[in-house]
Design a protein around this ligand. Structure first.
Ligand code: GLN
Length: 287
């Protein structure tokens, strides 16, 4: 703790303000003043779009790989309980990607999964969305997706010993929780047509709701439900659904150089063993 008193602090502030006022009026020609102002202005404008780093990659902030995700999808991404920092498989992948590209990783706060693709498409806020995100044709209309880096499937999770099956759940008195905007929601909409599908903002909310009896089941990516069931011991996977999905990283269609650099970094990470190391860290073995 600093021992500076409030009074000293305020005085310091006054002195600083005075010094700034003096420097603003004193010396220098008007032209100099104007040029300083316009440089500041240019810097501000650049900050709201993209900047080119020494390596030639254009990113939202020069020298940084700015990442977004929904941080409620462990073990791919979550927030550390004590520090609140992002952690997980995708977080480690993002760090390694950045290192391989000569950039520093920069994580923005969590946002809803269904806002990730629009955010990348709109540009100016983040360079990539890395979020256990399945490569789909629909998403590829909006953004570019990197080469695949994880294989995944879906699963149906129910309360232990509930006796529910995929066919018993396809009934008008059943409610199925999903994460909004996901391939799990698409699967539920197409395959459980009689049930009520309830889109929620996180898969954790969905699992909690099955636990408390609010929902009859949740459709969830299999690697996530397998991981979560270690904690949710009163839930079970009643069906594994072989959708054959693959995760990719979303990049703006306006930044093909970044997409190419990410694909190159992913390939290098496979070759040099960094991807296998991250896989064993989070899944106990290479995937
Ligand atoms: N893989 C699924 C999808 O892309 C779920 C992703 C997620 O919930 N983070 O829709």
């Amino acid at each position: 703790m600093s021992t500076i008193s409030r009074r000293q602090f305020l005085q310091g502030g006054t002195l600083l303000a005075g010094a700034l006022a003096l420097s603003a009026c004193g010396g220098g020609s008007g032209a100099e003043g104007n040029s300083a102002e316009s440089t500041d202005q240019a810097a501000t404008n650049e900050g709201s779009t993209t900047q080119e780093a020494a390596g030639g990659l254009t990113t939202v902030e020069a020298g940084k790989l700015t990442c977004i995700s929904n941080l409620f999808f462990p073990p791919f991404e979550s927030m550390n309980e004590s520090t609140g920092d992002p952690e997980g498989f995708d977080i480690d992948v993002s760090k390694s990607l950045a290192e391989h590209m000569g950039l520093e990783v920069n994580w923005l706060p969590s946002q809803d999964f269904d806002t990730l693709v629009p955010t990348i498409k709109n540009g100016g806020k983040a360079d990539i969305a890395i979020a256990g995100m399945t490569i789909t044709d629909k998403r590829k209309e909006e953004v570019d997706m990197s080469d695949p880096y994880v294989d995944s499937n879906q699963s149906l999770v129910v309360k232990l010993d509930s006796g529910e099956t995929a066919s018993s759940l396809d009934s008008k008195d059943k409610t199925i929780a999903v994460q909004a905007g996901t391939t799990g929601q698409d699967w539920a909409n197409e395959n459980l047509t009689s049930a009520t599908i309830k889109p929620l903002s996180t898969i954790i909310e969905a699992l909690n709701g099955v636990q408390t009896g609010l929902y009859n089941a949740v459709v969830c990516d299999l690697p996530v439900s397998r991981y979560q069931l270690k904690t949710y011991t009163d839930l079970e996977i009643v069906e594994e659904i072989p959708t054959g999905e693959q995760y990719g990283i979303a990049v703006s269609k306006d930044n093909p150089a970044l997409l190419a650099a990410i694909n190159k970094a992913l390939a290098d990470m496979k070759d040099d063993g960094s991807m296998a190391a991250i896989e064993s860290e989070w899944f106990g073995s290479a995937l």
